[in-house]
Ligand binder design. Structure first.
Ligand code: F6R
Length: 609
């Protein structure tokens, strides 16, 4: 994830910028850069690669000056490269900007600016911001920034500097964090607290829509209308390690809580404003392209494979496409029936999983069109595939995948609806309803995360059981698979997921008194059938935790405990239903004293066969 730092004061800015950026390294990045005002002009130094490469680059002649901004980039728009690294400048080099987030309408703005004669050097969305401010500047930096903000759409933390008014740095934010650190005769800016806690512990956090004008002696905060805002200053008392985790105990729980934001970012710019269509500019398929696809194969590993199973439901039911899903390590050795009329979709958070990469190459060798759904720009899988849909979840550090999974589901849903639209396989009204449902998800995920106490209690109550079963039908079964994997990998509890109707064909023999069974019952069309399966396990004295949709009063009669998710469209339930299961796994692992972020025997990126 990108990181931002800024400094204004009496000391050498570059020193703080490099130090601050090094504290943000844990977030993952692929390039780094700084811009420092030397008293006459702004000097920019940036490079693809680790921070060490930037330090080496500036070792002989570090940029001198007391005002500067810096950035570690985690590529979204445009691959990792020197020119795509931040800071970005306008045509004159007199304005610089660093940015976290995504400028949704950048293509439109870019076209307009090119017509006006601006020359772009990078593939990024951010560069439009630098050119826009050049366009609007007429002697008032603050007014120009306001005009830029009125034009851009999307999510951002933006920090600006200009040679014309070098005594100030201006920053603002929308849906991306930005912190101001207050020193004596110096002030600091950062996207995250770890960057500044070595220098000051007096901080405040900017809120959405606020703009801060930072000089060495003052920080003025106002809203877009220019109304002054008094911020509450707080003393950070976290240690450096806690600060990296944003005050959370583990990266996994931090990433679980990042899901509302991650889900929103995955959808950013991809849903038409009037809810009438899905915009996937990275594909730009025609009706003919879709008509040429006779079969889709989805290939992935682990959690990504589970996202593929949900993807199959989406593509079959919404877009009426025939779909096979396979585990990558199986697919590559089974002589799959794949040819030019096949679309092979590989799903991979890291984009580096060896089995998935090999499966992708095999599908290509057989002539398939290939599409990667991945989180990492410039990864091996993104480079190998014909086309890519990025999930934009931000870096995932905990070994157990959480926000990567939910954003993979969103991506698969968008793809299915995109194909359905092109095929006219879905009624416009139904498409609207689903898009509307998608738009509600970030707030609903947030709501779910507000009350975790009951889940903590279940985890404490059942965390010492050696076996747990998950059952569900249809999409609930797909989510059950992911819930059981989460529990296994971080709490080491033996967990199995079964299609609820399959229990009686063998597994029911394992259901005995006191065994916890987590029964997912969010799917209306198979609800009664699921209730029958719940009765089957209750009759064997299992302890049943029912996971159902808010408003379902009936379930309470059949289960011992309930977990409710906010009411949503049937296709969108997996995105919400998995969250309590992630939390259950997390708190069970805590109860058992497990190393949550680094479970035994597992690695984050599996680059061996
Ligand atoms: C489980 C988990 C793994 C990964 C799998 C594929 O929590 O993280 O099962 O999903 O190793 O990894 P990617 O998605 O990077 O290809």
């Amino acid at each position: 994830m990108c990181g931002i730092v800024g400094y204004i004061g009496p000391k050498e800015a570059a020193q703080f910028l490099i130090e601050g950026m090094s504290k943000l390294e844990y977030r993952g990045y692929d390039s780094a850069g700084i811009a420092v005002f030397d008293g006459h002009k702004i000097n920019v130094e940036k490079t693809v690669g680790r921070l060490g490469m930037l330090e080496k680059k500036i070792e002989q002649a570090p940029p001198k000056g007391h005002t500067g901004i810096g950035h570690t980039r985690w590529a979204t728009h445009g691959r990792p490269s020197d020119v795509n690294s931040h800071p970005h400048t306008d045509c004159t080099g007199k304005f610089v900007v660093v940015h976290n987030g995504i400028i949704e309408n950048y293509l439109h703005i870019k076209e307009k600016l090119i017509e006006k004669g601006h020359t772009f050097t990078s593939e990024t969305d951010t560069e439009v911001v630098a050119h826009l401010i050049e366009e609007y500047y007429d002697g008032d930096f603050e007014a120009a920034v306001k005009k830029v903000l009125a034009e851009i759409e999307g999510s951002y933390a933006l920090v600006f500097m200009t040679e014309y008014e070098p005594d100030k740095i201006i920053c603002t934010k929308q849906d991306n964090p930005l912190v101001i650190g207050l020193g004596e005769g110096e002030n600091f800016i950062a996207s995250d607290i770890p960057a500044i806690i070595n220098r000051t512990r007096k901080t405040f956090i900017l809120s959405d829509g606020e703009m801060a004008i930072v000089t060495k002696d003052s920080v003025w905060v106002q809203n877009r209308q220019g109304v002054p805002i008094t911020k509450k200053i707080f003393e950070v008392n976290w240690d450096a390690e806690a600060a990296e985790k944003g005050g959370y105990e583990h990266f996994m729980i931090k990433e679980i809580y990042e899901q509302p934001k991650a889900i929103r970012e995955t959808m950013l710019g991809r849903l038409a404003k009037d809810d009438s269509s899905i915009i996937l500019d990275e594909l730009k398929w025609t009706k003919e392209d879709v008509a040429a696809i006779k079969k889709i194969v989805i290939v992935a590993c682990g959690t990504a494979y589970h996202a593929g199973i949900v993807g199959k439901y989406y593509l079959e039911q919404l877009a009426r496409m025939p779909v096979e899903v396979d585990i990558a390590s199986e697919f590559r050795y089974r002589s799959p029936l794949v040819d030019e009329s096949t679309l092979a979709i590989v799903i991979s958070q890291s984009g580096e999983t060896s089995d998935t990469l090999a499966a992708l190459k095999e599908a290509k060798r057989l002539g398939a069109r290939t599409l990667a759904v991945t989180n990492v720009v410039g990864s091996s899988i993104s480079r190998e595939a014909d086309q890519v849909i990025y999930t934009w979840a931000g870096p995932e550090i905990a070994v157990a995948s959480t926000k990567a999974y939910t954003t993979q589901l969103i991506s698969m849903c968008l793809l299915a609806l995109y194909i359905a639209g092109l095929k006219e396989a879905i009624a416009p009204e139904r498409l609207k309803e689903l898009i509307h449902g998608l738009k509600e998800l970030p707030a609903q995920a947030h709501e779910l995360l507000e009350d975790v106490e009951p889940i903590k209690t279940f985890a404490q109550q059942y965390g010492f059981n050696e076996d747990v079963f998950f059952i569900g039908r249809s999409l609930d079964y797909a989510v059950a698979l992911e819930g059981s994997l989460k529990l296994k990998e971080i709490s080491y509890i033996h967990a199995e997921a079964y299609a609820a109707g399959e229990l009686k064909h063998g597994t029911l023999a394992l259901i005995v008194e006191g065994i916890p069974v987590i029964a997912l019952a969010t799917q209306k069309d198979v609800y009664e059938k699921t209730l029958s399966n719940i009765k089957e396990v209750k009759a064997r004295d299992a302890v049943v935790i029912g996971l159902a949709m808010q408003g379902d009063e009936q379930i309470k009669k059949y289960v011992d405990h309930t977990i409710f998710i906010p009411a949503t469209e049937k296709y969108l339930t997996p995105i919400l239903a998995v969250i309590p299961l992630q939390l259950l796994a997390y708190y069970a692992a805590i109860t058992r004293g497990c190393d949550v972020d680094k479970p035994r025997n597992l690695a984050k990126s599996v680059t061996v066969e």
